[in-house]
Design a protein around this ligand. Structure first.
Ligand code: SF4
Length: 343
């Protein structure tokens, strides 16, 4: 009984195969012209999908263009040094994505002779490729009728089917995946999936969906029942935990000490100034506030000078202040670096 109640209304989803035609025609007219859509090269589809996780489309455009110019194919990316990959990623955030991208490129070259796996199941065996990304690559690059659910398509599908239960229960987005699997067409599944995402971004927007301009208005349960603005049902927000820390800018003449973030730390592999949990002595340079995975951090940057430089290693370096710009740094580290004046 319980299971049956949290399933999407089957009649609504079953009526939805009609949505493919109008949706794909709408997409042909008004779909977004994005740099990664100009080819169906799986490398480019994959790269764009990884960059778009957690990052806005407008921000991704320049990063994508620069990244493809530096690493035009999976062989070039696999052969690159991790530092260079992270440097090109700097500012996009969620650096784990970049490291997994790099690891997956190496696997594709080593295990698949540089040819992308074509099925969603094989793609999911690669680092950093989850259910959504596998579906996106398989459908867009290889025409496999795989469903996708991300923020935009999730909203569109929930509204189309009139799915009015919260999606933060034990089954998560599973009911929406079931709807997505029922509606994805055999013909042009990639275009259909991209059209769903564009509809969510341009028309079926979170707060004020433009139902009068929607090509699917005639099929939409939420619209018919007056619930377009309230679906998907919002989940309770997790409160941010507040943290305080001190960043130590240890200075020797024009050089400062930076260290690399360790495995298991935020921004693993990127450079930053050493941190102390407790307050420490030193001249206050400023305060940098940032949020990272449910934490709101207030970081006081303090400068201390030393007459002796400890030895540099692979994990700790004394770097001339102007050369900090060449390092792949964490976002707060970069902001602290901006507070420094060359001596
Ligand atoms: Fe979204 Fe409105 Fe279109 Fe339904 S009719 S899919 S709520 S824009």
């Amino acid at each position: 009984m319980k299971v049956a109640r949290i399933r999407p209304p089957r009649s609504a989803a079953a009526g939805m195969p009609h949505v493919s035609g109008p949706l794909v025609r709408w997409f042909a007219r008004v779909g977004r012209d994005l740099p990664w859509r100009r080819s169906r090269d799986p490398y480019r589809v994959w790269l764009s999908e990884i960059m778009l996780q957690q990052t806005q489309v407008e921000r991704v455009k320049d990063y994508f263009t620069r990244f493809v110019a530096a690493f035009p194919d999976v062989h070039a990316l696999a052969a690159a040094r991790e530092d260079r990959v992270l440097k090109l990623w700097e500012g996009l955030g969620y650096y784990r994505r970049a490291r997994q991208l790099h690891a997956a490129a190496k696997r594709i070259v080593a295990d698949h002779d540089g040819a992308f796996p074509r099925t969603a199941a094989e793609l999911r065996a690669l680092p950093g490729i989850g259910r959504y990304t596998a579906g996106a690559i398989a459908s867009i690059a290889f025409d496999a009728p795989e469903p996708i659910v991300e923020a935009n398509s999730r909203r569109v599908l929930a509204r189309l089917a009139g799915y009015a239960r919260p999606l933060d229960g034990p089954r998560g987005d599973e009911p929406i995946w079931e709807i997505a699997a029922r509606v994805v067409p055999r013909r042009s599944p990639g275009r259909f999936n991209q059209a769903l995402m564009d509809l969510g971004a341009l028309v079926c927007t979170p707060t004020r969906p433009l139902c009068t301009a929607c090509p699917l208005a005639a099929h939409c349960v939420a619209r018919r029942t007056g619930r377009a603005g309230s679906i998907p049902v919002k989940s309770a927000r997790r409160a941010l935990e507040r943290l305080r820390e001190t960043a130590i800018v240890m200075r020797h003449g024009d050089r400062v000490l930076v260290e690399r973030r360790k495995p298991g730390e935020w921004w693993q592999g990127l450079w930053d100034f050493p941190r102390e949990g407790a307050a420490v002595q030193g001249r206050k340079l400023g305060i940098v506030r940032y949020t990272v995975t449910h934490h709101a951090v207030e970081c006081v940057a303090r400068q201390r000078t030393t007459s002796r430089r400890s030895r540099s290693s692979a994990e700790r370096r004394w770097v001339a202040i102007p050369d900090l710009a060449k390092l792949a740094m964490t976002a707060p580290g970069r902001r602290i670096a901006a507070l420094l004046k060359p001596g």
